[in-house]
Write a protein that binds this ligand. Structure first.
Ligand code: SF4
Ligand code: SF4
Length: 389
């Protein structure tokens, strides 16, 4: 008799998968219909049948080393045709969420952000922080006069908070993605990544920008546009933020809505029209990006509502992030309208709420649904380098 391989199921891991939304995982009887219908699976290493088996056995380490769970774009073609209702697409989504939590640094924060029941706690962190800062600096009141947000929460307090958050996000991603890459690259059953890194990154980014893989899915086609809106919305807001940094810290244009600032007029050869144009371009681009984000979030909810959970179930983790995206947009637009309308009593609290949602989106980025962008990019780069894509 040959030596057998001893497999020890990690029952706690299986339990945690089931409680996170993969409650159907045990129904799978390994017929492989899912792998046959998946339009994204590579022919020489098909998914998601094998991943379903690994999840049933609780093979946590093997799943952590498996880039396949990230090559899946959650179209749920497999879920539609699974004869056992095991919902492999949703199981893979839960595995991705688990991978983020397992690799994340610091782990305790990932656990808090990853638990929708604790969502309120994640809002309390910026609320308490902002209140303490406003109180300590004597700004915990509604300023007199026309609504100017800088008078309530000065930009020189806001910027260090978000700069520190961005630095934290960078460090957290460096540590988390290093762990993730190490996991991917230690699986003895797979090729070690050895291809051209730069070429793989360029190809992956092209795929991302064009959303080509989404178009391959037929069951859930509407998802492509929803995803495009969300992706380009966030990209636009990222560009807008850097645009604002350029205006404020490079040009010294501290109040972009004050187009008659003599110092700024001097920068534009005294042309007020040019100043107005630059201001409108900045504002317009930012608002369009926010609108794209909102449309994407609405489309995501709309698609799920049309589907009624038949093909795709939306996890609490996904829907809570979607709600935050909508609140980010709504509070942002209302802050702008209320400033124009000079309704100070509502404008300042609305701006405060908007900053709370901005903080959530930026500071907790390595642990929310948005972290997918970084993990998926890494896994696809790895897969390309290992010739698995
Ligand atoms: S998940 Fe469904 S389709 Fe896939 S192997 Fe299991 S039972 Fe078959
Ligand atoms: S959800 Fe779509 S991409 Fe993912 S395994 Fe199923 S069929 Fe393939």
């Amino acid at each position: 008799m040959g030596d057998g391989t001893v497999v020890t199921p990690d029952l706690d891991f299986v339990k945690s998968l089931k409680s996170s939304g993969a409650d159907t995982v045990k129904r799978c009887y390994q017929c492989a219909t899912c792998s046959a219908v998946c339009s994204l699976t590579p022919p020489d290493d098909p998914f998601p049948r094998r991943e379903m088996s690994m999840a049933q056995w609780g093979l946590k380490a093997d799943l952590a080393a498996d880039p396949n769970i990230w090559l899946c774009h959650n179209c749920n073609e497999c879920t539609k045709y699974c004869p056992r209702g095991a919902r492999p697409g949703d199981v893979l989504a839960v595995l991705r969420k688990q991978a983020i939590t397992e690799n994340a640094f610091p782990g305790f924060l990932a656990k808090i952000v990853g638990e929708p029941k604790l969502l309120i706690l994640t809002f309390l962190i910026p609320i308490v922080l902002f209140l303490l800062i406003l109180n300590a600096t004597g700004h915990l009141n509604i300023p007199d006069g026309p609504v100017v947000y800088d008078h309530f929460f000065p930009i020189h307090y806001v910027d260090p908070i978000f700069l520190t958050s961005a630095t934290f996000v960078f460090i957290s991603f460096v540590i988390s993605i290093s762990r993730f890459w190490k996991n991917l690259n230690t699986n003895p059953h797979k090729l070690m990544a050895e291809g051209n890194l730069v070429k793989s990154i360029v190809e992956t980014l092209k795929e991302f920008l064009l959303h080509k893989k989404f178009e391959k899915c037929t069951v859930n086609k509407d998802r492509t546009w929803a995803h495009r809106f969300v992706f380009f919305g966030f990209l636009g807001l990222f560009i807008t933020t850097n645009w604002a940094v350029f205006y404020i810290y490079v040009l010294g244009w501290h109040s972009p809505y004050r187009v008659d600032d003599p110092a700024i007029l001097a920068l534009f050869n005294g042309s007020k029209e040019l100043v107005v144009l630059c201001y409108l371009a900045f504002k317009g681009f930012g608002n369009l990006s926010a609108l794209a984000l909102f449309i994407g979030a609405v489309l995501i909810f709309n698609n799920k509502a049309k589907d009624k959970g038949f093909v795709t179930k939306m996890s609490a983790f996904d829907s809570s992030f979607n709600v935050v995206v909508m609140l980010l947009f709504i509070t942002g637009i209302l802050s702008e309208l209320l400033r124009w309308g000079n309704v100070a009593n509502i404008a300042y609290p609305m701006y405060f709420a908007h900053l709370v949602f901005v903080f959530y989106t930026i500071a907790f980025l390595p642990f929310t649904k948005l972290a997918h962008m970084v993990y998926r990019t890494t896994a696809i780069v790895y897969a390309k380098m290992a010739n698995k894509d």
